[in-house]
Design a protein around this ligand. Structure first.
Ligand SMILES: NC(=O)c1ccc[n+]([C@@H]2O[C@H](COP(=O)([O-])OP(=O)(O)OC[C@H]3O[C@@H](n4cnc5c(N)ncnc54)[C@H](OP(=O)(O)O)[C@@H]3O)[C@@H](O)[C@H]2O)c1
Length: 336
């Protein structure tokens, strides 16, 4: 395993990490999740991602139970939680959480942190992120609250997920002016279909401000691995109970276009001796602004296969990266 600094912080995360969204509590029961986590840890993964909203808090509970059963020393791994949507009902948290049980108020951030710690069975969170911006948020309130959680030892690093770069810069500037600990991590989607935010909008926060990027959905939920080449197979995440909205989110009306692009990767992957999944993951890792690529996997076999993607990063020459961009028909809005 390779380890990368989280931006310009001193924290070293494994370049490949493992997340608990969708798969935990659907394809993976407690035993399945524990086996995947054990495999990841054995291969050097030291960062495990979750959020209060994942299956209404159940994903964090499953992670906590597995960590306890596996007996990992607390100083050998990192976990994250994310706050905003609340827990509410398992499958529709944002709809069922009450106003004070969601959002980015001081009240919810502090209560959600306590609740996440209880679900994990841990004393502190390594990373704590504001899951999305909230239209009713106050940047000073968030910055002071996160700073206080860090000073209490309940959180080690804080940051955002999918926030506009301008808001992140405003948070950093406010923290600097007030001698607060600034946000040091942003968690964006990054894959061959979604490049612009990381490569353009976040360039300055990563390069100038040293914010680390923990990126998600390297396979666009499996599309880039060819999972949906021939339609939506039974048992795939797009058929999981409670996730009927996910298909629209993943494809956004571009189903055929995305499948065709994924198929065009096949030849390039074959030339490298990799699968399409490994090629797509290695491509994310080839961006030095990326601190860690958070993998999703619904079985040990998928996870083992995806962890081997790291072997292909050095094979991605500029020429091969260019042919990947062409295969994806990627046209940046402005030069990258
Ligand atoms: N901050 C945020 O807002 C945010 C949002 C989303 C995710 N995340 C984090 O990022 C993590 C990873 O995202 P993700 O789960 O969407 O990752 P992903 O890699 O894009 O998708 C994982 C899915 O792809 C399929 N897959 C994985 N490996 C495969 C392989 N080798 N061959 C064929 N299909 C394969 C599986 O689908 P099947 O289950 O159908 O087999 C798997 O569940 C999440 O667990 C979560 O921790 C964060």
């Amino acid at each position: 395993m390779e380890y990368r600094r989280l931006g310009r912080s001193g924290l070293k995360l494994s370049a490949l990490s493992y997340g608990s969204w969708v798969t935990f509590g659907t394809a993976l029961d407690d035993a399945g999740a524990r086996d995947c986590l054990a495999l990841a840890y054995e291969r050097g993964v030291n960062f495990f991602d979750s959020a209060e909203v994942y299956l209404g808090g159940e994903a964090e509970r499953m992670l906590g139970r597995a960590i306890k059963a596996l007996g990992w020393p607390r100083d050998s791994f990192c976990v994250s939680s994310k706050v905003l949507y609340g827990t509410g009902d398992n499958h529709d948290p944002a709809e069922t959480a009450r106003p004070t049980q969601q959002g980015l108020s001081r009240k919810h951030i502090i209560e959600a942190c306590e609740q996440a710690l209880q679900r994990f069975g841990l004393d502190y969170l390594d990373l704590y992120l504001c899951h999305r911006p909230d239209p009713d948020m106050s940047l000073p309130e968030i910055a002071f609250t996160m700073d206080s959680l860090i000073r209490q030892g309940k959180v080690l690093y804080w940051g955002t997920s999918e926030w506009p770069a301008s808001d992140i810069e405003a948070l950093i500037a406010f923290a600097d002016r007030n001698h607060l600990i600034p946000p040091q991590v942003e968690q964006p989607q990054y894959n061959l279909f979604h490049r612009a935010r990381v490569e353009q909008e976040y360039r300055s926060i990563a390069e100038t401000h040293g914010v680390g990027l923990t990126t998600w959905s390297p396979l666009a939920s499996g599309v880039l691995a060819g999972r949906y080449d021939d339609g939506i197979p039974p048992g795939s995440r797009l058929t999981a109970a409670g996730f009927s909205w996910l298909s629209d989110f993943v494809f956004a009306g571009r189903q055929e276009e995305m499948r065709a692009a994924a198929r065009r990767l096949q030849g390039i992957a074959a030339d490298l001796g990799s699968s399409r999944a490994q090629l797509a993951i290695a491509w994310c890792l080839a961006n030095p602004s990326v601190s860690t690529v958070i993998l999703g996997a619904s079985s040990n076999a998928q996870l083992a296969h995806n962890l081997a993607a790291i072997e292909f990063v050095e094979k991605l020459t500029p020429e091969i990266r260019e042919s990947i961009s062409q295969a994806m028909s990627f046209k940046p809005d402005r030069p990258i």
